[in-house]
Design a protein around this ligand. Structure first.
Ligand SMILES: *[C@@H]1O[C@H](CO)[C@@H](O)[C@H](O)[C@H]1NC(C)=O
Ligand SMILES: *[C@@H]1O[C@H](CO)[C@@H](O)[C@H](O)[C@H]1NC(C)=O
Ligand SMILES: *[C@@H]1O[C@H](CO)[C@@H](O)[C@H](O)[C@H]1NC(C)=O
Ligand SMILES: *[C@@H]1O[C@H](CO)[C@@H](O)[C@H](O)[C@H]1NC(C)=O
Ligand SMILES: *[C@@H]1O[C@H](CO)[C@@H](O)[C@H](O)[C@H]1NC(C)=O
Ligand SMILES: *[C@@H]1O[C@H](CO)[C@@H](O)[C@H](O)[C@H]1NC(C)=O
Ligand SMILES: *[C@@H]1O[C@H](CO)[C@@H](O)[C@H](O)[C@H]1NC(C)=O
Length: 461
């Protein structure tokens, strides 16, 4: 009944909107909104996850592989890398094993690759702390971009109340973002799960990473539940959870605060669902960046449902570089509360995170079918909604519904550049600039808007 009423209202609004813009048909719009509203991603895959045993509830038949039995000192100072490697070899090759990092101890571990495939039903139980050596000078030059790197795993559970600590402070100080005289070099990701499927990660804390905290790459079917990620708000490029070339990923009940994106979703990822996410400090929840160095990027079917973002530089963001190709299509951001966030809703197709400024280019990713629903709270910038799209490849079918953003002692507005779409229900600030091409060009030509563009276009420099 409610849904029907909504559709009727929407239909009415569309007829009005069509009168103004005259560019597309109502049927298409309703179909598109309905499709976006119905977009869902399976949360539990019965076949893949039902047979994963829970080690705390029922220990019978499991083989415990404790790192301490392989000579680990667990004092935070002795190098325990080889003990952990030996324990991995045994656990990985033994069916039903539990690789245990015991509680209350710290294990100093160097950059290491843990390769599968492993025997069935492996559980990695981290209750203690794994800590990385802190000096970039001693880092293994053969593994410059990873610390704990797991690959080719299937049906593996990572769980426990333990901590993965990247000891990143010296890496941050050596970053070119911190000190322009430093060379720009990539730093390790604390935890990587690559080329794997049916993976569950539950309850761990990942902190103070050298660079990104947790990367899921080339994976299918991943559940990340109750994971905490934390590092200082000024630590450079320390994305929380980074999803790349992966499908069917659920990130749920996670609390993330870092110096970069809380969650970032990049190339070749689809069917990504984020649910009940707390983000802050950080740069918000992002799709992208995509299209760097003229590359192709494709991201489809992304849902964010229920999030609270506090004092972040962005809320929900899509960011692409000029010169790229590909598309972002089919995204629903819903039930998002922001508090003192700078850019609560933003599409930035002029993203440039490079020490030199970026050249203007005409090709771009195509952004379409993005719905923002039930987004409210406070912002600290006047442009609460910014749709800054490519001149040659405009954004299309951007939909705002029940959006209410306020700025303490100030008015808020929506900025549109080359952006088409519509709003329905309450939309504050108004979505008017989306459904009139005339208004778009007016905004672009006003001298004031040139200032907005400048501040939008070099956000992270
Ligand atoms: C880590 O590996 C590097 C290079 O092999 C070595 O120089 C360094 O001492 C190791 N650090 C620790 C803590 O084992
Ligand atoms: C930046 O790095 C240079 C060379 O590494 C160093 O001499 C300088 O003191 C650093 N500046 C700051 C502000 O830390
Ligand atoms: C790893 O990648 C290869 C090649 O793409 C693929 O065939 C294989 O299924 C992947 N392994 C897992 C566990 O996802
Ligand atoms: C994007 O993903 C596709 C498919 O996995 C891959 O072939 C391509 O190289 C990726 N592009 C970039 C820039 O990583
Ligand atoms: C991207 O394409 C533009 C235009 O063709 C070219 O000028 C530029 O050098 C290219 N950049 C890279 C990194 O390939
Ligand atoms: C709107 O979002 C808020 C959280 O920001 C949530 O509490 C509320 O239930 C949502 N309303 C609907 C109708 O989903
Ligand atoms: C909002 O955040 C800014 C920093 O981004 C801070 O200076 C300011 O005090 C905050 N305002 C409120 C009302 O919390």
């Amino acid at each position: 009944m409610g849904k029907f009423f909504l559709l009727v209202t929407l239909l009415g609004l569309l007829i009005v909107a069509r009168g103004v813009s005259g560019s597309m048909t109502c049927d298409n719009n309703i179909g598109m909104v309905e499709e976006l509203n119905n977009l869902d991603i399976e949360e539990e895959n019965e076949v893949e996850f039902s047979d994963i045993p829970s080690w705390t509830s029922e220990r019978g038949g499991k083989v415990l592989v404790n790192v301490d039995s392989f000579g680990a000192a667990g004092d935070g100072e002795t190098d325990d890398t080889s003990a952990l490697q030996k324990a991995w070899e045994v656990a990985c090759s033994t069916p039903k094993s539990v690789l245990l990092v015991p509680q209350g101890r710290r294990y100093l571990v160097n950059a290491t690759k843990f390769k599968g495939p492993c025997a069935d039903m492996l559980i990695i139980q981290i209750d203690g702390t794994l800590v990385a050596p802190d000096d970039p000078k001693n880092w293994d030059p053969k593994l410059p971009r990873v610390w704990l790197d797991f690959s080719k795993l299937s049906k593996v559970v990572f769980q426990g109340s333990g901590v993965i600590d990247g000891s990143g402070s010296k890496w941050w100080a050596a970053s070119c973002k911190k000190n322009k005289t430093n060379p720009c070099r990539g730093a390790p990701t604390a935890l990587t799960i690559d080329n794997s499927s049916a993976i569950k990660v539950k309850g761990l804390t990942i902190q103070n990473s050298q660079q990104m905290h947790f990367t899921i790459s080339r994976c299918n079917s991943v559940r990340i539940l109750g994971v905490k990620v934390s590092s200082p708000g000024d630590s450079p490029n320390t994305d929380g959870i980074h999803i790349s070339e992966s499908t069917n990923v659920l990130v749920q009940d996670c609390k993330i605060g870092t110096g970069d994106d809380c969650i970032s979703i990049v190339n070749a990822s689809s069917n990504i669902k984020m649910k009940r996410i707390y983000c802050g400090p950080g740069h918000g929840i992002s799709i992208g960046s995509l299209g760097k160095d003229n590359s192709t990027g494709v991201v489809t079917k992304v849902i964010l449902d229920t999030a609270f973002l506090k004092e972040t530089t962005n809320g929900v963001r899509i960011k692409t570089w000029q010169g790229g190709s590909g598309y972002v299509r089919g995204v629903r951001f819903q039930n998002v509360r922001v508090e003192n966030v700078s850019n609560p809703i933003i599409i930035d197709q002029f993203y440039c995170d490079s020490p030199t400024s970026c050249q203007d280019q005409s090709s771009a990713l195509e952004i379409s079918e993005i719905i923002y629903q039930n987004i409210s709270g406070s912002t600290n910038s006047a442009k609460a909604i910014k749709f800054d799209c490519s001149d040659t490849v405009p954004c299309s079918n951007l939909v705002l519904s029940n959006v209410d953003l306020e700025k303490q002692d100030g008015t808020v507005e929506t900025y549109c550049h080359s952006a088409q779409g519509f709003g329905y229900g309450i939309v504050h600030p108004s979505a008017d600039c989306l459904n009139s091409n005339d208004k778009i060009s007016q905004v672009v030509q006003s001298p004031q808007s040139i200032t907005y563009e400048d501040d939008i276009r070099h956000i992270e420099l």
